[in-house]
Design a protein around this ligand. Structure first.
Ligand SMILES: Cc1ncc(COP(=O)(O)O)c(C=O)c1O
Length: 441
């Protein structure tokens, strides 16, 4: 059992006095160190990590040995090399290696420092490439919190309240098979959303010829770990191509092997025109990349840039980690597939056993468990979501929420089978307790 000491409470109190805003909830986790499958707090409490620290440590908490070594040695040579003004070789080598992970025909990269910045670049690039003004994104989407990407984000109104207006963005419904307003048939559900997009959004609100891009999370993350049907993504690709609209795949959370492939969109057998990545790409340091199809061409010098993109310490870690990933790609893909199936098996059994487990869904090791007050009513069990996360924490498991009442199951993909099962045991106990307390109300 985790002990929440006065020292821990004291730091949390001081934090609240100093910082303006965060999304931190009630989990009293004060991080100290991390290693592979585990995270440790300042009192030495050890927790199994099922959060990957918001999808940043896909290859293990605190990244790989190679990445840490590369960062340390680069720090002693030169950290910042003004990559938008001067040249350096390391980002060039990294870029060459990164492009090998993409489908044929992808040739240009813009480096930045976060997911939101990667998406801001994609917004600007799609507008300048097409000379069109509008962007379509989806409900439940999360693309970031700066003004451009926030315009695309539509997961919770609190993210947007008092920050608008946002211009040039139109939202469309993203298929949510568990709560589909159109149909109860999973296969049909994807096509219903395409029809809606054609018959309403592109017929009544905006002409397709004025749309620069459609931004898509191949699996929605913050919005609730929602997996779209295959036919939706494939038809969306066709629709975009038909009208000269660029498809942007936001791989910030779903990418980097999390959903079973380096690019999550590959699960749907289609390619985007622009990809954005961040989180795990940076091996623990701030990092973002926007990758475009070569055929889209270039943009004028000075049209877009930043100060820290291509920061050598960050690129050193990203490059070492990427080399590890490339070398072990097949083995990692197999691991994600095997462990992902093992997690789903356990969670599906829990769905049979507990009324509180409304839906279990995922791709690879990007898995969500949606909690509901009852299977019949499907009312989101938001309070219970918090309880389960807290209870799991107290018993040594780190989890994160998503959407209204979903819990993410996203351990590092390198997690051992033993720790995976141990973590799932802790999770199941917490779910059973929450289920029981709901039934006794
Ligand atoms: C899909 C997706 N896009 C963009 C972002 C924004 O990334 P960042 O917080 O690095 O700006 C996130 C963050 O959670 C995300 O999940």
């Amino acid at each position: 059992m985790i002990k929440v000491t006065n020292r821990i409470k004291g730091i949390i109190e001081r934090d609240r006095k100093v910082f303006l805003t965060t999304t931190r909830g009630s989990i009293p986790f004060v991080a100290s160190s991390g290693d592979g499958d585990f995270a440790y707090d300042i009192e030495g409490n050890r927790l199994i990590d099922f959060s990957s620290f918001i999808s940043v440590y896909n290859l293990g908490v605190n990244s790989t040995d190679d990445a840490r070594r590369a960062i340390k040695s680069q720090v002693d040579r030169l950290m910042h090399a003004a990559f938008t003004d001067y040249y350096s070789e390391l980002p060039v080598s990294f870029g060459e290696d990164l492009l090998r992970m993409f489908p044929k025909g992808f040739g240009r990269i813009f480096l930045s420092n976060s997911g939101t910045e990667a998406n801001e670049a994609a917004i600007k690039f799609s507008r300048i490439f097409t000379k069109r003004p509008y962007i379509i994104s989806f409900y439940n989407a999360f693309h970031g919190r700066t003004m451009g990407s926030l315009g695309l984000t539509a997961a919770k109104s609190v993210h947007r309240e008092h920050f608008g207006p946002f211009s040039g963005v139109i939202h469309a419904p993203y298929p949510y098979p568990y709560r589909c307003p159109f149909s109860h048939d999973h296969a049909e559900c994807g096509m219903d959303y395409i029809e809606y997009l054609k018959d309403y959004v592109l017929s009544k609100e905006v002409s397709p010829e004025e749309v620069a891009a459609i931004f898509l999370e191949p699996v929605q993350g913050e919005g609730g770990y929602i997996v779209p049907p295959q036919n939706f993504v494939r038809e969306l690709r066709k629709l975009a191509t038909e009208h000269g609209i660029l498809l942007v795949s936001d791989e910030v959370q779903a990418g980097y092997m999390r959903a079973g492939k380096f690019l999550a969109l590959d699960n749907f057998g289609v390619a985007a025109d622009i990809y954005t990545m961040a989180k795990s790409l940076g091996a623990g340091l701030p990092f973002g990349a926007t990758v475009t199809r070569s055929s889209l061409g270039d943009i004028p010098a000075g049209a877009h840039a930043n100060t820290f993109g291509g920061n050598l310490a960050a690129v050193a870690g990203a490059h070492a980690q990427l080399k590890y990933l490339e070398k072990n790609r097949q083995q990692l893909e197999r691991q994600v597939s095997d462990k992902g199936r093992a997690i789903l098996r356990r969670l599906m059994k829990m769905k049979d056993d507990y009324d509180i487990v409304g839906d279990v869904r995922g791709l690879g090791m990007m898995i969500g468990v949606e909690l509901v007050k009852s299977k019949r009513g499907k009312e989101p069990a938001a309070k219970e979501q918090e309880q389960v996360i807290m209870d799991s924490f107290m018993n040594g498991l780190l989890l994160l929420p998503a959407g209204q009442s979903t819990i993410r199951i996203i351990p590092p993909i390198t997690v051992s089978r033993e720790n995976l099962e141990k973590g799932l045991d802790i999770f199941e106990k917490a779910v059973a307790k929450a289920d029981k307390s709901l039934r006794h109300k």
